[in-house]
Write a protein that binds this ligand. Structure first.
Ligand code: ACO
Length: 461
């Protein structure tokens, strides 16, 4: 990876602040001044870039709860107030007045597009919706019952084996080509994962349709019949994609940045992001919400499950509740709740799961445990219900999240490659293992009287 030229003097960091923090080692009495930085708005930060070099001391922050891993212009979240802005525009306004393609342009290029820029961006995305014909054989290598997220990780990673003209990250036109290709192909890749599980042929994308319409058609059309697009459902899909488009330095975005920091190609980086998103504590939560509602079964059992969620000896958590950053209502959940009612109204669905979800929401919002810990419903709480009502199988929920989030991932990857402060991500650790010890040959190690249990060897929390 070639080094980025410096355009500003070292030390003239964006957001540099005249003030500083003092770090004192109470054991030696030695003190150091650490520079402060302030973002456009939001928290003040202690800049510890030079801490280790200057002091030999490391910081310990598992889960990065107090660490800003990068500087970014893309998304701002105020978790205490429940604010989410993309490039300065509120998520509520984008969800109600913009569309997904425009939001993609905004995230990727920093400004809302002019009509000409929007038309040219739309056209370029449509130009890349098709998959290479050989991908059909690639899909056939998967088991029919493979989880679609497993297929997504494999297929997106494999794009780098098909599109050699867009993996040189030092070439700006190749970066752009890869970014547009990824946004364009994700609906096709996701819909094909579903069609493959059904044993159905792969429908061609239709470039006369909008992004959400095309996605709906590829998912649900039957080659023997005409598919009629319901505009309310297409708008709901568009909104779901906007609401998932970016969310600052979450686990999957940080994974994409970390993978990209080594100079890995964009397709490999996005595949890494998809793998991270799959986990139930992140994008897999919408699938987990539905499974939880099925397990609870009825409103009469809500109390029992709330009690389980509060019980420290029980690993059960209320899926779709809580967020690392939001300690207030997730603004995306407010929009999603409204969309949820619209979709169920149009489809005429009186879903008992929605009634159960509403009862759960009400009780949890009033319960001392959830109130004190500021655990509010998050975006996944409602998205699963909407997608289920539209006919998406549960296993496709996280795929929909991945389709929406791809633009966020590529925007952060693009920003990272331009950042003068960017280095290969290489965290350190607090080592708690053995000090240096001598190797003992196997015959001198004594014997265990019974077979060591695997659960003990793998155990922990
Ligand atoms: N149900 C019950 N208790 C919870 C829940 C929950 N859903 N979430 C957090 N808590 C409790 C924890 O037990 C902990 O209690 P303690 O302080 O007494 O030990 C406290 O609240 C803080 O929880 P942490 O796990 O430390 O918070 P963290 O910020 O690490 O976790 C997370 C955030 C992973 C989202 C968590 O709230 C969770 O597991 N929620 C359910 C899964 C979910 O909905 N994930 C979707 C995230 S949003 C997204 O990816 C779009």
């Amino acid at each position: 990876m070639s080094r980025k030229p410096r355009t500003s003097a070292p030390g003239a960091a964006k957001g540099a602040d005249a003030s500083s923090f003092t770090l004192t080692d109470n054991a030696t009495g030695q003190s150091w001044q650490l520079p402060a930085r302030t973002g456009a708005f939001g928290n003040r930060l202690i800049d510890i870039k030079k801490l280790y070099g200057d002091t030999g001391v490391l910081t310990y922050d598992p889960g990065f709860t107090s660490t800003a891993s990068c500087q970014s212009d893309i998304t701002f979240i105020d978790g205490e107030k429940g604010v989410l802005l993309h490039r300065g525009y509120s998520i509520e306004e984008l969800a109600s007045r913009s569309d997904f393609m425009e939001t993609c342009y905004l995230l990727l290029y920093g400004e809302l597009p002019t009509p000409e820029q929007k038309a040219s961006f739309d056209a370029d995305i449509k130009n890349h919706t098709l998959m290479h014909d050989q991908f059909i054989s690639f899909y056939k290598g998967f088991m029919r019952n493979a989880h679609p997220m497993a297929i997504m990780v494999g297929v997106v990673g494999a794009l780098s084996a098909f599109y050699h003209d867009s993996i040189d990250i030092n070439d700006l036109s190749q970066r752009q080509l890869a970014a547009h290709r990824l946004i364009a192909k994700m609906p096709t890749i996701g819909a094909y994962a579903y069609k493959y599980s059904l044993g159905m042929s792969f429908p061609m994308p239709r470039n006369d349709l909008s992004y959400p319409e095309n996605l709906l058609r590829m998912m649900f059309s039957n080659p023997a019949e005409e598919y009629k697009i319901n505009p309310v459902l297409a708008r709901a899909i568009d909104r779901i994609l906007i609401l998932h488009a970016d969310h600052e330095q979450n686990a999957s975005t940080s994974t994409v940045r970390l993978a990209g920091s080594s100079g890995a190609n964009p397709y490999a980086c996005i595949a890494a992001g998809i793998a991270s998103l799959w986990g139930p504590a992140h994008g897999g939560a919408n699938e987990a919400v539905l499974k939880m509602l099925e397990e609870i079964g009825g409103v009469e059992r809500v109390g029992e499950y709330i009690a389980r969620a509060k019980d420290k000896s029980d690993s059960f958590r209320l899926m779709g509740f809580g967020h690392r950053v939001y300690k207030n209502y997730d603004p995306r959940a407010t929009v999603m709740r409204k969309t949820c009612h619209e979709v169920l109204g149009v489809l005429g669905i009186d879903d008992p799961k929605l009634k159960l979800a509403m009862a759960l929401e009400k009780i949890a919002l009033e319960d001392d445990y959830f109130v004190e810990k500021k655990l509010y419903p998050n975006v996944d709480f409602y998205s699963g219900i909407i997608l289920k009502a539209m006919g998406f199988p549960t296993s496709m929920f996280t795929v929909m999240f991945a389709i929406g989030r791809t633009v966020g991932w590529v925007s952060h990857w693009k920003e990272m490659l331009k950042d003068e402060d960017q280095k290969i991500g290489r965290p350190r650790q607090l080592y708690l293992g053995h000090k240096k010890r001598k190797y003992i040959p196997i015959d001198n190690r004594g014997h265990t009287d019974k077979k060591t249990s695997w659960s003990w060897l793998w155990g922990g929390r």
